[in-house]
Design a protein around this ligand. Structure first.
Ligand code: ARG
Length: 462
């Protein structure tokens, strides 16, 4: 294939060898070859429909591009750095294959609207892949939450025992976080789904093109409305990076909890061996590497968000070469996010909860102290006074090294004569969670209802 640069007409000296390598993007943008070819086929079809290309020329272009795609897929396409990027590599290969018709493909088009189209097509597909993995993860969480709807564990604030919650309720909190993430990804894909083709370099083209037709062929919701905006903005990439960052932030928090829970000191869960690794020196070790790595990967995704924002912040309209820097972060975000979602979805069914350990932990730290205060309020004591009474009872238990439920009725009555035998119904873990029986509460009945509603929403997404 000839390495003659398509833009070399006005140049009399060759490109400096280092500059050539420095400015080339083919090493990473060759990944966009399928999208580039899809876009070119749509563009050629539109040109022929408008009488700008003949049907014979269009057919030659389409067949040639299909052959090139097959060669790329088979790994037999030779990428040339001298031809700078995926667009010029493919165009040069096409021209070499079919001759003059290949040279006509770029009529009414620029690499500026071409690359913007390629990325939007790529992002649309990638978001669909990510959402499919996210869907699997959300389903896995629902299954585990259903199984653990009655399991009692300590709920924490400040990582100090707060009140008993059900493990199913905790898992459903994760589910809610992920449902919002899915909504953000869907929203981003919807806004990005506009076709830049026809914007050409920046101002549009003098040919009688039909932008609606090209957009329709590519499955876009319509053309981008302004040509300058179409070739220059990468806000959709930033929006994706932001949605991905929030999702990674959530995965990182979930990972952190799995790491804490699987420690010997907590022992709330056991992660199956297939998701852990050992130590080369300490024979006893079984490390939760998978959640740790996901927690770590959140950092690079946040970094890319900042990188993309900074990439765009000072660019004048319209296209600038700076924009070439959008691809590597985007690819890196998608690859790491996809991997993290996949492994998390696979890992959730490999979590075995240690229900006794969770229960024992919930019995420590006076998790039902608020229940005792609420009990006194129901007997007529103002909440602030009830708080004080229970605070004193807890101090007594700390001294005695026992739990509130271990006190005798007589001991409890020393703190308030409103306390009667029925108090013990409220001091149990099961009584405590069952009593929080309202929308969004931790009662097993509510958790089951939340799961049923979530399953309906998931089914409606399909
Ligand atoms: N490789 C370029 C990019 O990724 C393609 C567009 C180049 N356009 C140009 N006028 N130099 O942005």
């Amino acid at each position: 294939m000839s390495d003659k640069k398509p833009w070399a007409g006005r140049f009399s000296e060759p490109t400096d060898a280092f500059v050539e390598a420095f400015t080339a993007s083919v090493a990473f943008d060759q990944r966009l070859a399928p999208q580039d070819i899809r876009g070119s086929i749509a563009h050629a079809s539109m040109l022929a429909r408008q009488g700008i290309l003949s049907e014979t020329e269009r057919d030659a272009i389409v067949q040639g591009l299909e052959q090139i795609l097959a060669r790329v897929d088979a790994g037999g396409f030779e990428w040339s750095v001298a031809l700078e990027d995926v667009h010029m590599n493919i165009e040069a290969a096409l021209t070499q294959m079919i001759g003059d018709a290949g040279k006509k493909l770029h009529t009414g088009r620029s690499r500026n609207d071409q690359v913007a189209t390629d990325i939007r097509l790529w992002l649309r597909d990638e978001i669909a892949n990510l959402r499919a993995e996210l869907y699997r993860l959300r389903e896995a969480l629902l299954d585990l939450a259903e199984q653990e709807a009655e399991t009692v564990m300590p709920g924490f604030t400040h990582l100090q025992t707060a009140q008993p919650v059900t493990f199913g309720h905790h898992l459903m909190a994760w589910f809610e976080m992920l449902e919002r993430d899915d909504g953000r990804l869907a929203d981003c894909a919807r806004r990005a789904n506009r076709c830049p083709l026809g914007a050409a370099a920046l101002a549009g083209t003098t040919f009688p093109i039909d932008r609606d037709f090209t957009a329709e062929l590519l499955g876009f919701d319509g053309p981008c409305r302004n040509s300058l905006d179409a070739v220059s903005d990468r806000d959709f990439a930033i929006e994706f990076a932001a949605a991905a960052s929030l999702l990674m932030m959530h995965l990182s928090r979930m990972s952190e909890e799995l790491i804490i829970w699987s420690s010997a000191q907590f022992g709330f869960i056991t992660l199956s061996d297939s998701f852990c690794t050992g130590s080369s020196i300490m024979p006893q070790k079984k490390n939760p590497d998978v959640p740790e790595l996901i927690r770590g990967k959140s950092g690079r995704v946040f970094g890319h968000l900042m990188g993309l924002l900074t990439l765009m912040k000072s660019q004048p309209l319209a296209y600038n070469k700076d924009n070439q820097e959008d691809k590597e972060p985007l690819f890196d975000i998608a690859d790491n996010l996809r991997g993290s979602l996949k492994v998390f979805a696979d890992m959730v069914p490999a979590i075995s909860p240690n229900r006794d350990r969770m229960r024992q932990a919930a019995l420590q730290g006076f998790a039902t102290a608020t229940d005792l205060a609420d009990y006194l309020v129901r007997k007529g004591l103002p909440f602030r006074d009830a708080h004080e009474v229970v605070g004193k009872s807890v101090a007594y238990c700390v001294e005695k090294q026992c739990d509130l439920a271990d006190l005798t009725l007589e001991e409890l009555q020393r703190f308030s004569d409103l306390i009667e035998q029925d108090v013990f119904d409220y001091l149990t873990l099961e009584g405590s969670v069952a009593a929080r029986d309202h929308i969004g509460g931790t009662a097993p009945r509510q958790v089951r209802q939340a799961i049923a509603q979530a399953r309906k929403r998931l089914a409606a997404e399909q």
